[in-house]
Design a binder for this molecule. Structure first.
Ligand code: KG4
Ligand code: ZN
Length: 368
């Protein structure tokens, strides 16, 4: 007889997590006592790279192909039987509706077939709680900086499901800006990690880009102007070169040398990192808290991690983040977040839940 989650209980529980909100199929098994048992990830980057961005229909079709094999893989890796899985958590939003529906249908169906409860997890809550999987997890309350391809948000986190939005991007998300700048610099999709790599050989001081919205009060962000600044800088450099070499082959004279591209990548990354650091300091002042948790794909940026750690330390604050592979999309964060909600008795009915937009602040709290 499978255990019932209809009331809150604190027994060890093994939960299967399924993440399919965008271009990564992530599956994991989390044991509330032993921690992460196994995880597996399939990235669709190669499929979408050809198009320079995620093609939703291709994403959905590939999730259909990959999810069940990955479920089998984690069960085998963990060395457990299907019958030991006591709950299923799947990403229910926000994200691409077709992609979400794949994980939701598979997750809900597996739970029904196994006779265990299921819960639809908020993707950004998954990111936010990923650092809880580390040996030294942050303690509530804290300020979370959520920085992914679709979101840039500062949130006051009082506990699981106790989220107060302090500020967010009014236009592009930080990851989106990285990806667009990557495209401008001729780098493969997704641009973020490639821009970061190119920036490593950049020279500080050659370019200085603006730190948007830092000279006025508030905790909102805007990265679209910075992106335009990068585009204009590239255009100016290309123009200067083609003028200097007039008469030469326009295609080659228009191309920027590697060092210039690296210097632009550096200046862009520097501007984003400084902006995020200024806003984090401000969020600590505003809330009176001392802890910042960074989560989401952009939190894998090594320069950001180093600069934030130093900047917060000067303020008597401390930075927490997840290991790099748990910053970007993965099944482990969904299994963890889902397990907390299942333990709190928040299992759902038989409906398959998927919503492309979902306000984090509307989530129900989980009592400690
Ligand atoms: O959280 P995530 O995997 O997916 C979404 O929920 O969007 O975040 C993906 C984003 C992409 O925009 C990607 O370029 C960015 O995170 N990213 C990075 C780095 N690694 C991933 N941005 C900057 N530096 C990185 N090292
Ligand atoms: Zn994500």
């Amino acid at each position: 007889m499978r255990p019932s989650f209809t009331r809150s209980r604190k027994l060890p529980v093994i939960v299967l997590g399924i993440e399919t909100s965008c271009d990564e199929t992530g599956v994991a098994l989390y044991d509330t006592e032993r921690g992460l048992l196994a995880d597996a990830l399939y990235s669709q980057v190669d499929i979408h790279a050809e198009w320079g961005g995620v093609i939703p229909e291709l994403a959905s079709r590939d999730h259909i192909r990959k999810t069940i094999p990955l479920v089998r893989e984690v069960i085998a890796k963990a060395g457990i039987e299907n019958s030991q899985i006591e709950g299923v958590a799947y990403t229910a939003g926000p994200g691409l509706i077709g992609a979400l529906l794949v994980g939701a249908s598979i997750g809900r169906s597996l739970a029904m077939g196994w006779g265990v409860p299921a819960v639809g997890v908020h993707h950004m809550e998954g990111h936010l709680l990923a650092p809880m999987l580390e040996d030294e997890p942050p303690a509530f309350p804290f300020v979370a900086l959520l920085i992914s391809g679709g979101h840039t948000q500062l949130v006051r986190v009082g506990g699981i499901g106790r989220y107060e939005l302090l500020g967010e991007s009014l236009d592009d998300a930080a990851g989106e800006a990285f990806d667009k700048v990557g495209k401008m610099l001729g780098l493969p999709y997704p641009g973020g990690p490639h821009v970061a790599k190119l920036a490593q050989s950049g020279t500080a001081g050659r370019y200085k880009f603006p730190r948007p919205m830092t000279n006025r009060p508030g905790l909102d962000f805007s990265f679209s102007g910075l992106k335009t600044f990068v585009r204009n800088t590239i255009a100016d450099e290309v123009k200067a070169r083609s003028e200097a070499t007039s008469g030469a082959n326009s295609e080659t004279s228009g191309e920027l040398d590697e060092q210039t591209r690296a210097d632009i990548a550096f200046a862009f990354e520097d501007a984003v990192v400084s902006t995020l650091a200024i806003k984090c300091r401000r969020a600590l002042e505003h809330t009176g808290l001392k802890t910042v948790v960074i989560a989401g794909g952009v939190s894998a940026n090594l320069r950001l991690r180093a600069v934030l750690e130093q900047s917060l330390a000067q303020q008597g604050g401390k930075l927490f983040s997840a290991r790099l592979e748990l910053c970007t999309d993965n099944g482990a964060m969904i299994a963890y977040a889902g397990a907390q909600r299942l333990l709190a008795g928040q299992a759902e009915d038989l409906a398959i839940k998927a919503q492309p937009r979902w306000n984090l602040e509307t989530l129900p709290p989980v009592k400690p």
